[in-house]
Ligand binder design. Structure first.
Ligand SMILES: C[S@@+](CC[C@H](N)C(=O)[O-])C[C@H]1O[C@@H](n2cnc3c(N)ncnc32)[C@H](O)[C@@H]1O
Length: 256
């Protein structure tokens, strides 16, 4: 069977895998849901420590790949469905969910967790448990949103990083968000965009920055302002978590 290339890229990102391996090793017990199982790698790690693992994957070819990889594990069952459509018969001690994207915009992490969280036991855990989103002012040459890993991305920093939101996966998350963020400019020049960086908290003690396949920084164009060092801008930023990059709106203005 041919390995789906996206899953192959996910499996090649050792920094991402190491962070998840540590967290899964620490938190796996009892009933585990692995939402968006992909290749099934996280289920295979949870299995020896859990009584039962429900591995959920909505993409059929990917689910078939997981079935092949996990066939020797007796305490894993694969459910081929959108995680939001599943009625689970037993509550989870641990939910693993890696449908992450920078600022949680372009994948279904938030709508899926908002739907499945009711099945988590009171003292249960979610991996990852939270993310922090940070923002920097930049001069951006590209005129459309682009991930930093893209070779054509060209930008220069104009500020330090400001953390503008923390999202706790155990609590209900508002999907449509609007922010007004004040950013002090520390390098004079044109500001024509913002850079969003997402930091992932796997467990309360384990943080992972962006990796090639886990939340690579996102560069977003805005209107242009010529700024001096020491001046401030206000960034108006809105998007829908799980709604995709088309929901992004970003603009800047001078402050005060
Ligand atoms: C980023 S990949 C992670 C795969 C694997 N867990 C890993 O980390 O290597 C996300 C996976 O979630 C699946 N997925 C996305 N949305 C889903 C949904 N609503 N329900 C079930 N699976 C979903 C995708 O098809 C994809 O295989």
């Amino acid at each position: 069977m041919k390995i789906p290339s996206y899953q192959q890229n996910l499996l090649s990102d050792t920094q991402r895998l190491t962070a998840f391996y540590e967290a899964i090793n620490e938190k796996s017990r009892g009933i585990v849901y692995d939402l968006g199982t992909g290749s099934g790698v996280f289920s295979s790690w949870a299995s020896p420590l859990a009584s039962f693992v429900y591995a959920v994957e909505k993409d059929h070819p990917t689910a078939k790949f997981a079935q092949k990889n996990l066939k020797s594990f007796k305490n894993i069952t694969i459910k081929i469905n959108d995680a939001r459509n599943i009625t689970f018969n037993e509550k989870a001690d641990l939910i693993i969910c890696e449908m992450m994207d920078t600022a949680l915009i372009d994948e279904e992490q938030v709508p899926v967790l908002n739907s499945v969280r009711k099945y988590l036991k009171k003292n249960g855990d979610i991996i990852p448990c939270a993310v922090f989103n940070g923002l920097e002012a930049i001069y951006l040459k590209n005129n459309h949103p682009i991930y930093q890993e893209d070779e054509s991305a060209q930008y220069e920093l104009r500020s330090k990083l400001v953390i503008y939101d923390t999202i706790d996966f155990k609590k209900h998350i508002k999907e449509n968000v609007k922010y007004q963020i004040t950013i002090p400019i520390n390098t004079a020049g044109t500001v024509s965009g913002i850079k969003i960086t997402t930091f992932t908290l796997l467990t309360p003690q384990l943080i992972c920055g962006p990796t090639p396949m886990l939340n690579p920084p996102l560069l977003i164009p805005t209107n242009q302002l010529n700024m001096k060092k020491g001046e401030n801008i206000i960034v108006n930023l809105e998007y829908t978590m799980g709604g995709g990059l088309d929901t992004l709106r970003a603009s800047i203005k001078r402050f005060p």
